[in-house]
Ligand binder design. Structure first.
Ligand SMILES: [Zn+2]
Length: 115
């Protein structure tokens, strides 16, 4: 037996059960987005505006979504509502990736256990 085989000590049945659970979790995932959403406050150049001297007078918040597309950074300005949705979709994507990683682990264990 190779080292690492059945390292969790789970039976084939337990593994297939766990995989089915992951499939159900994956099916529940909503929309998925990449990148990140930032909330920014800005200063302006208007004479007499206090934003440069008092941080509380800065303008905003502005919601900025950045993501990579074909190796390039794409930046979009979003409304508050869309920024909140986008942030949720980003969390969904992270959750999805975690589930897929776990599916790979369980699949590997199933193949290893069946050798
Ligand atoms: Zn200003």
């Amino acid at each position: 037996m190779d080292r690492g085989e059945r390292d969790r000590g789970e039976s084939q049945e337990q593994l297939t059960g766990r995989y089915a659970q992951l499939q159900r979790e994956l099916a529940q995932i909503g929309y998925v987005c990449s990148g990140s959403v930032m909330q920014l406050y800005r200063t302006c150049g208007k004479p007499g505006c206090g934003c440069r001297v008092d941080p509380r007078l800065r303008h905003g918040p502005y919601y900025i979504w950045t993501r990579k597309e074909n190796g390039k950074t794409v930046t979009r300005s979003l409304s508050k509502e869309h920024a909140e949705r986008c942030a949720e979709y980003i969390l969904n994507r992270r959750k999805m990736e975690k589930i897929v990683e776990e599916m790979k682990v369980v699949s590997t264990q199933i193949v290893e256990a069946g050798r």
